[in-house]
Write a protein that binds this ligand. Structure first.
Ligand code: GDP
Ligand code: MG
Length: 156
């Protein structure tokens, strides 16, 4: 007997999270970590960094021609960030759902329980990043944790 099984993937996915400078300086990292663990993600790696201008410019290259780019670079280099690799089934989409829409001001109205509603301020200062596709998750994870390096925790 051959049973055909629908091929929706139940394999784990990884996604890249950044708690942005406003999230770190506003002391939201503990609340965010609690939400992550309560939502069934495992934290595969984490790293605290003060990003350099060229790092942000490369990471956000897709936005380099936008009018808000200089302001985004200034914001993202304004203080330390916490970078994490999260893993679970459907991690990429589920994390984007948890953080809510890009504009934290709108999130407070339309997605009041989202992370950006909790700790973000506006369209730019929105507290957290999440990869938006399998392709960008792979790029962003290897950007901060180059292939071949063991994923490490700096300080849990
Ligand atoms: P995300 O994927 O939801 O983070 O949003 P995007 O990829 O569109 O933008 C990247 C980041 O740039 C956002 O998270 C914001 O911090 C910032 N950003 C996006 N759009 C704007 C904008 O119109 N103005 C400003 N000042 N910042 C923006
Ligand atoms: Mg994006």
């Amino acid at each position: 007997l051959v049973v055909s099984v629908p091929c929706r993937s139940l394999e784990n996915e990884r996604t890249l999270v950044i708690v942005k400078p406003d999230g770190v300086s506003g002391n939201y990292t503990t609340s965010i970590r609690n939400i992550i663990l309560q939502s069934g993600f495992t934290i595969q790696a984490q790293l605290t960094l003060h990003l350099a201008q060229h790092t942000v410019t490369t990471f956000y290259a897709e936005h380099s021609t936008k009018a808000f780019f200089p302001s985004l670079v200034k914001y993202m280099t304004s203080g330390p960030v916490l970078i994490m690799v999260l893993e679970k089934v459907n991690a990429i989409a589920d994390w984007r759902t948890l953080i809510g829409p890009t504009d934290a001001r709108k999130a407070k109205i339309t997605h009041p329980h989202s992370i950006r509603a909790m700790c973000g301020e506006d369209l730019q200062r929105n507290c957290v990043h999440g990869s938006d596709s399998l392709h960008s998750a792979a790029r962003e994870i290897s950007f901060f944790f180059p292939e071949g390096t063991t994923l490490k925790h700096d300080e849990l």
